[in-house]
Design a protein. Sequence first.
Lengths: 194, 212, 185
Amino acid sequence: MYGEKAIELIHELQRAVNGSLAPFNEEGVRQVLEEMKALYDQNQCDVEATVQGEKDRLPAVQFRHTCLERNKRCLLAYLHNRLCMIRDMRWEFGSVLPAEVKYNLSEQEVQWFTKYNKSLASYMRTLGQDGLDLTQDRSPPKSLYVEVRCLMDYGEFESEDGSSVVLKKNSQHFLLRSLCEPLIRQGVLEHIMS
Amino acid sequence: MASPSTYSRYSSNSDNYYDINDIIATHEKVPCKVELPLHRLGFLNPGSDGENIRVGTKMDLPYWLVTGLLGRRRRLVSVEPPKYFRSSYREIMSADANIVDLHKMGPYYYAFGTKILSFEFPESEDIAKSLIETYINRFRKVMDGSQNASHEDKNRLTSKMDETERSIYRAGQTSLRSFQSWETRQITKICTSDMVANHRKRKRAVMDEDDQ
Amino acid sequence: MDPSEVEFLAEKEEVTIVPNFSHDEVFLIGGNVGPFNPSLPMKVPLWMAINLKQRQKCRIQPPDWMLVEKLEEVKKQEHDSAVFQPMVNPHYMEVTKLLLSHATDDIPNADEVNTLIKDIWDLRMAKLRQSIDKFVKDQETHARLDNLSLMEINSVRPFLTQALDHMHTLRMNLLTAGPGPTQDS
C-alpha cells in the first residue's frame, strides 16, 4: 500500500528515546518523494484522460491524491519533529553539539541549528543591561558557590576573577555556581552535596 | 518527544498535523468495500491479479485513506466497524474492562475508536458509549498505578494499557518522581542533563561493542 | 511546575528569627528587611532565615503551628472530615521540609513534627485521589476543591489535566456520535 514508506519514518521518530537522534534517513525520505512523484505523474496522466472524456478515471485520482497528502503529512512531521529535538538539544548540550550527534544531522539541519543558536544568543543579549543567559539556573539556585568534582580531564578553565583553574579528573573545586552549572549539565563536573 | 496532544475526530485539518501519535493512530485499518472501480490500482489488492480494483472488492484500508475516499461528491468505499469495536467486543468491555488488553486491541484504542465515529455507523452511539465506559471503569487502575512508586510493577501495569492510558500514567509518574526527589532533597543537586547522560551511556555501549 | 519552583515560592513566607548580630535595614526587591539587633526577634523571609542560619547568624523560632499538639489536632480534623480542612499554612510541606533540613536544632520534637506533617499529607493526598476517582466515575464537569495547597495541586496537575482532557474528548463523542458533521475536510 502507498504510505508505508512514510509511516516507517514516523515509527523511526517514535522509537527515539530521550536524547537520541537517529541519522537523518536520506534514503527513506528519497523513497517517499519518489513514490509521490509517481503518484503525481499518474494523476496528471489520468486527469488528462478525464479531460478527453474518460470520466471513470476520477476515483483513482482521488485515491492517489489522498496518498499524496498522507505522504506529505508524514514527511513534514518527520522534519518538524526532528527540528523540535534539535532545538531541545541546544538547551541540553549547549551551543556546541557533540560530534557524534552532529554527524546524524542533515546538512540543512546543521544550518538550522546554527541559525537557532544565533537567534537565541542575540535574543539573550538584548535582555537586561548586559544580556541574560536563559539556559542558566533551570531550577531556583540555592547558593552562589558550589563544590564540584571533576569527572574527566577537561583542561584549563577561567574562573570569575580571571584566574584559571585546571580541571583534572577527580580534582575538587569550590566554584561560582553560574560558571560551573553548564559544565555540570554537560557531565564534565559533578555537584557534590555536603 | 513532543507531548501527545488530545486527538480529534478529524485528522488532517486539525492542529495535531505534526503529532506522531495521531499519525500512527490514523494508520489503523478499517474494513471497506469498494463502491466505484479504481482504475489501474489492481496491484494494491493482493488477492487479485486484475488491472483494476472492481466494485464489491473487500479490502482493509488505513483510516487516513478511507477518509480521503469518502468525499462529499463521491463515496468510493463503504465502511464497517473494525473488529474490536463490534458488539461482541463491546460486550466483553462492559463485562470487565479491567482485564482486557487494550494495547493489543489498540494500541491507540481510544484515539482510533474516536476517529472511526466519523464514519457514522448505525452503532456509532453504542461505540461512543462503550469507549467512555471502558475508560471510566479502567481509570482507578491507571491512577493508582501512576501514583505507585515501585518500579518493578511498571511493565506489568502498563502492558495492557492503550497509548492514551500510558501517557496519562506517565504524567502521574513524572510528578510523583519529581515530588520524591524534592522530598529527599535530591532536587538541590545540579545534575547532568538526561540527554547528555543517555548520550554518554549509548556512546559507552557502542565503544564496548567495538572493543569486542 | 517543578517542586523546586513551588519551594522557591514558599521561601517568601515569613518566619521569626533571633539574630546574633546587628545590621542596618537592607533594601531588597522583595521588600525591606531589618534592622537586625542581637537577641531581638524579627520577621524575615524564609530564604534569608535559612541563609543566616547556615552561617550561624541566627536562631529560628518555629512557626506557632509547628507544635506536636497542634499538628495532632489538625491531623484528627483532617481524618474526621470528608472535605479538605483549611491548613495551618499554605506552604506547610515546604516550610516544614526546609526548617527540618536546615534548623532541626531549633524545632522541638522535630521527628514527631516530621511524621505528623507526612501523615497529614498522606491523608490529604488519599482524599484527593478519592475525589478524582469519584469525579471521573460520575462524569462530572466541574468540582470545587477548597483549601488545597499549591504543592498538593501541583503533584496531580499533569496527570489530572490529561485524564480530564481525555474524558472530555470521549464525552464529546457521545454528543456527536449521532448524526454528526460530515467527514469532509
